[in-house]
Design a protein around this ligand. Sequence first.
Ligand code: TXA
Ligand code: MG
Length: 327
Amino acid sequence: MQTKLIDSIQEAAEILRCGGLVAFPTETVFGLGVDACHERAVERLFAAKGRPSDNPLIVHLSDSCYWPLAASELTHCAAILLEHFAPGPITVVLPKNPQICPAVTGGLSTVGIRIPSARPARDLLRAAGIPVAAPSANLSGRPSGTTWQSVLEDLDGRIDAILTIDVHNVGLESSVVDCTGQIPVLLRPGAVGLTELQKYFADARGLQPDEPLEAALINSPGLRHRHYQPKAKVRLVEAEAKWSDEPSQPPRRFAYAGMENPPNNMIVCQQYTSLAEFAQGFYEFLRAADRAAVDEVLIQLVTPAQAEQSGIAAALRDRQLRAAGLK
Ligand code: TXA
Ligand code: MG
């Protein structure tokens, strides 16, 4: 299959309506869209990504008012969160509408719904007029694609088209929030953090570190799978002092990402001036490290204190721990 690079929203919408696979930009990362009610197309999408069939997809809508297309009930908790945070980088998990293919939700009775805020994504969803299931546009287990070039690197020849429009993105995926109960539970940290959720639900919580894994997996099957791990070994470092004494001479080749002064002789080096910028560039950094075939990746770990300051900082720490295989 040839993957078309296109810049027309109408053309992208037409491909989706005909059961095709189209990657498109959102304010978090690029999504790989498919008609959520078209069973064969959904199967093709799982195959294109190499995604385990029990890891559910998020259904994207152009506006919160279309929730009945994907969910069977809008809980109080979801209504409040959508009112305040949608459109934007949040996914609410609700009881599923049977019209959505069982394959989309990996057989679960719930469905994640998201209303992206990026203009091209909303225009595309409006033009397509259908609920669009869209995982991040990358091969399963690779960092999410945050540029169309990275999407092409992973999915060339496997999908029908890529909408090559650039948007400013957060760089990390949306916050996934279980809204099936009375109180929201943050299943995957994203730009909307626990503090923001607690403004509306004082008892909102994340998954507890000591929560029995079984229960956590039922609520968030994606946690079971490996994510974002680069080919090289990842070493998380908390402060400059810990690595500044270490030799970085050949033959070992290092990559570094962080806000401190980098060690010498890095083959790939990303120094950021803020955590938001760090988050935005993080997946591209991991890809660059893979391309350069470094032996070891050094990443300055966001501290627990920093992670408490903002949603995006907490999300970045979460992705850093996953990249190191520690989650
Ligand atoms: O920002 C995002 O969310 C991006 C853009 C494209 O919208 N999408 C994205 O999709 O990150 P994906 O498939 O890479 O990650 C979806 C996550 C997985 O961890 C999955 O387990 C979880 O959402 N999820 C989806 N449906 C769920 C459900 N019904 N219950 C619990 N977790 C769910
Ligand atoms: Mg993903």
